[in-house]
Design a protein around this ligand. Structure first.
Ligand code: HEM
Length: 693
């Protein structure tokens, strides 16, 4: 993709009916430019405050008139003025919220007041009418600072916002629970509303060319994109990536913890995204960062591999009726785990053909380190790598933990199906168990994970029928933007405790020994006991800083448009000042040092600079875009299709297992021995001590 070919973001908006104009970019930066920018910020702030004061004064007058006119006993013409003044106050409130429609409501009602005075009350016109003309004129200089109404689409957004706000409160949710049919309908509306915030697939662009092309529309080895390639304004140079990366360093040296999430949340997020956000790791490919190796679905490739060959290598060979459909496993200290990938220093030949763990070369190098302590430790970690389908599932013990849980669940279901369906062959038992586990996983994604992420008190349900007739039910295709906005590395705390051992997180990479030592139940309890880091700028653990730099570089290599364009695309107001992006003076300081204007803040650093949404662990643009993809990807899975999601696909037993699964804790209890399950501690993504804000 040539940058000179790049379609400018404003052209993109013309192509894209949902997007709004990018607005004018500031001229190329210079010392003078920075100064002008500061001047712009100050005057804009002053104008903002002035408008607030005018709204307050005129609004109070309107309210006063509304109350006083309703006390004109027996004088109906005056009493009828009360709702008109009240409407005027409402118009002012909308202007206070910076909506242009407020100006038009207020002005229309002022004209009505004038008409009423002159023709109904036959009053002296200049005495009462003139001030109303002046009132409207007062707001005129601020008109351009207010947002356009944007027609029905925006009205729909506003109604959706109000509805969502209601669902953040427990009492309407409790009320809804009394009416199951209404609750189902609201569930549909919530999901539909979340997905419809942006254009639905297929996206016109992918990373192959900057323009729309047949290859771009069909070759899914190139990542798709929500907005087309963007070139900076003439003469403008993006700031040094190392300067921008400072946005992820901690100035205080102290980590901030997330108020809502435990470490089980990042563990699940990382495991989930490893399955479908799969930028190519082929170092020989110069376009690597624009390409992917994803199947673009929730297919649990972490467990079953990316293709049929991987699945065959991971399965127990057919032969015995008692092992039909099983994944290979081993027992360590009475617990079931995947087999080890290495036999001694060599790859176990039975697993030749699997995708090897990403980062294994570095581990091999450590295994040859001259320092015997480092060398032996690395060899022992290598010996404990599991033979998993996913090349990223061994990265940290947290991801191994979730894969182990799902592997046990697969084998539990396969054993049961083997008992119940004596006529089924090996393949059918395997395929059916696999489908059941994938759907259970999707249910956990929606009902455990997404419900943890949303600020709603309303619990969203994974109802497959929501997608059956939805206009957004189109095949999935992972976008570059999704791959970057999901890099939640600041959720990882500096230190992590496994059993009685607390280690800097950098010392836990590739270390399955920690999982094996504490066992599966202990691992889940450990992760559920510890708070995650707060997602956002100035909070990434040192061992993950280099990943943030790589992410900034990937965003540039893929020529992503600035944050402001994505906000407009997702129907979020564009930032007019840096303070609109973040309320943290420390973050604003770094942004100002790097960018000449809030319009130019890049996508990746920008989305992590925003404030966290109340009652959610995520900032606003990430939250909105994650919701879009979460539902439009999870619920469009082929296993949930209208003519697939039934008992003849999954068996009556499978349907029952799916029905009974909603959280990770549900699965864990099933795969543990009865004794262990009876004494299990808290397992969950939400902190035990979390309270709604
Ligand atoms: C200690 C834990 C973690 C480690 C060691 C780790 C490490 C890495 C590394 C080395 C990369 C590749 C960077 C590059 O080449 O550009 C990466 C990418 C990524 N990470 Fe993490 N990560 C961790 C936690 C997480 C978490 C909690 C999430 C949350 C969802 C996450 C999401 C991602 C995503 C989406 C990518 C991009 C993957 C791709 O495009 O292929 N990571 N991570």
């Amino acid at each position: 993709m040539q940058s000179q070919d790049s379609v400018r973001a404003d052209e993109a908006m013309a192509l894209d009916p949902v997007s709004v104009s990018t607005g004018g970019f500031m001229p190329p930066p210079s010392a003078g430019m920075r100064h002008e920018e500061r001047a712009y910020v100050v005057s804009q702030r002053f104008k903002d405050r002035l408008l607030d004061v005018i709204c307050l004064l005129v609004g109070t007058m309107m309210l006063y008139r509304s109350v006083s006119d309703s006390f004109y006993p027996g004088y109906i013409q005056r009493q009828l003025m009360a709702p008109i003044f009240l409407g005027g106050a409402f118009g002012i409130y909308l202007m206070y919220r910076r909506y242009r429609i407020g100006f038009w409501i207020f002005t229309a009602l002022n004209i009505l007041v004038g008409y009423w005075f002159i023709f109904v009350l036959e009053d002296i016109w200049y005495h009462h009418v003139l001030p109303h003309i002046v009132f409207s004129a007062l707001f005129l200089p601020f008109y351009s600072d207010m947002k356009p109404v944007g027609g029905l689409a925006t009205l729909k957004d506003r109604i959706a916002d109000v509805g969502m706000k209601l669902l953040e409160r427990p009492w309407p949710v409790r009320l809804l629970a009394e009416f199951p049919l209404l609750e189902r309908w609201v569930n549909r509306l919530v999901i539909d509303g979340a997905v419809s915030r942006v254009r639905s697939r297929p996206h016109p662009w992918s990373n192959v060319y900057s323009y729309v092309s047949w290859r771009g529309l069909t070759d899914r080895t190139w990542s798709a994109r929500h907005l087309p390639a963007w070139t900076p304004p003439d003469g403008y140079q993006l700031p040094d990536a190392r300067e921008v990366a400072k946005l992820f360093n901690r100035p205080t040296g102290r980590q901030t913890f997330c108020k809502k999430s435990t470490c089980l949340f990042p563990a699940f997020a990382q495991y989930l995204t490893d399955g479908f956000i799969r930028t190519s790791s082929d170092a020989a490919d110069p376009h690597r960062q624009r390409r992917n190796t994803s199947n673009h679905s929730i297919d649990l490739c972490q467990l079953y591999g990316l293709n049929d060959l991987h699945a065959r290598l991971l399965r127990v060979a057919p032969g015995s009726p008692h092992t039909r459909g099983l994944l290979k496993s081993q027992i360590i200290d009475g617990e079931e785990y995947a087999p080890f990938l290495f036999a001694g220093d060599e790859l176990d030949p039975q697993f030749k053909g699997l995708d090897l763990p990403v980062g294994l070369d570095d581990l091999h190098k450590e295994c040859e380190h001259e320092d015997p302590v480092i060398r032996e430790d690395a060899r022992s970690r290598r010996a404990a790598l599991f033979a998993f389908g996913g090349d990223r599932a061994n990265t940290v013990p947290q991801t191994s933990m979730i894969n182990t849980l799902l592997m046990r669940e697969h084998n539990r279901i396969a054993r049961k199906l083997g008992e119940l369906e004596s006529k089924w062959d090996d393949d059918r038992v395997f395929e059916t168990a696999r489908m059941i586990v994938i759907v259970e996983f999707i249910k956990i994604v929606v009902e455990d994970y997404i419900n943890h992420i949303t600020p709603l008190a309303f619990k969203i349900r994974a109802d497959p029928s929501v997608a059956w007739t939805a206009g957004w039910n189109k095949p999935n295709w992972i976008t570059t933007e999704f791959g970057l906005l999901y890099r939640w590395h600041s959720l990882i705390p500096d230190e992590i405790t496994w059993g009685k051992t607390t280690l800097p997180v950098g010392r836990t990479f590739f270390d399955n020994r920690l999982l094996i030592k504490g066992g599966l139940r202990g691992a889940f309890e450990d992760m559920s006991r510890q708070p995650a880091g707060a997602l956002g700028a100035l909070n990434t653990a040192e061992s993950l800083h280099r990943v943030e730099v790589l992410s900034i570089q990937q965003g540039r290599f893929c020529e992503l448009a600035p944050l402001a364009d994505y906000q407009a695309y997702a129907h979020i107001p564009r930032p007019r000042t840096f303070e609109d992006i973040s309320s943290s003076p420390d973050i604003v300081e770094v942004l100002k040092a790097c960018y000449a204007s809030p319009d130019l803040v890049e996508f990746f650093p920008g989305i992590f600079s925003e404030d966290r949404v109340k009652n959610s662990p995520l900032p606003q643009t990430i939250l909105r875009l994650v919701a879009v993809d979460a539902f439009s990807q999870a619920l469009t899975n082929p296993l949930l299709a209208e003519h697939v999601f039934n008992a003849s696909t999954f068996s009556p037993y499978g349907m029952q297992q799916i029905e009974e699964t909603s959280t990770l804790s549900d699965l864990l209890r099933r795969v543990l021995s009865r004794k262990e399950a009876a004494t299990i501690g808290y397992v969950g993504m939400t902190r035990h001590d979390w309270q709604r804000e």
